[in-house]
Design a protein around this ligand. Sequence first.
Ligand code: ATP
Ligand code: MG
Length: 157
Amino acid sequence: MVLVCGLPGSGKSRFAAEFFADSGRDRVNRKEIHRLLYEMIHFGKKWSETEFDELDDFLVKHVERKIIEHLLQNKQKVLVDNTSVSASSRKTYLGIAHQMHKTIGVIFLQTPPLKCMERNRGREDPVPERVISYLAAAIDLPTVQEGFREVLVLKGY
Ligand SMILES: Nc1ncnc2c1ncn2[C@@H]1O[C@H](COP(=O)(O)OP(=O)(O)OP(=O)(O)O)[C@@H](O)[C@H]1O
Ligand SMILES: [Mg+2]
């Protein structure tokens, strides 16, 4: 499993598409699972980053876990594209990999928060800026001590 993490707007999804689209890995993105579930449950009503959303985070994480486990069980390599800026938020993925006897590495896009905000403003459906500030304060850069086989931190991406 490869984890691509960083602040919203840091460029994870673009990075993943640029470097991993032809890698043979399958991509899993929690935000997109959230959007799909929301729109299914609400008869197609569009989900927005800014809208108050009552969808249970537990359900989203459960579905994400099941997808990852299913893919790994079928010997599929997986790329997880999720913010996961704190060590605690990465624990779930380390747990799944460990439990399934798979190796796990992490690529952290250490894009400056102001750059993330700038890129975010140019998006069709921007993330509220306070979310970026909040997560910027919660960043723990990943380490091998956390349980990753390899760690790559891309500064100023
Ligand atoms: N290296 C880059 N140079 C210029 N623009 C970029 C770069 N990387 C990403 N962007 C642009 O910044 C915006 C955010 O990028 P992207 O969607 O990949 O972020 P993300 O980390 O996946 O965010 P989120 O966590 O919200 O999904 C997009 O419009 C993207 O095209
Ligand atoms: Mg993304």
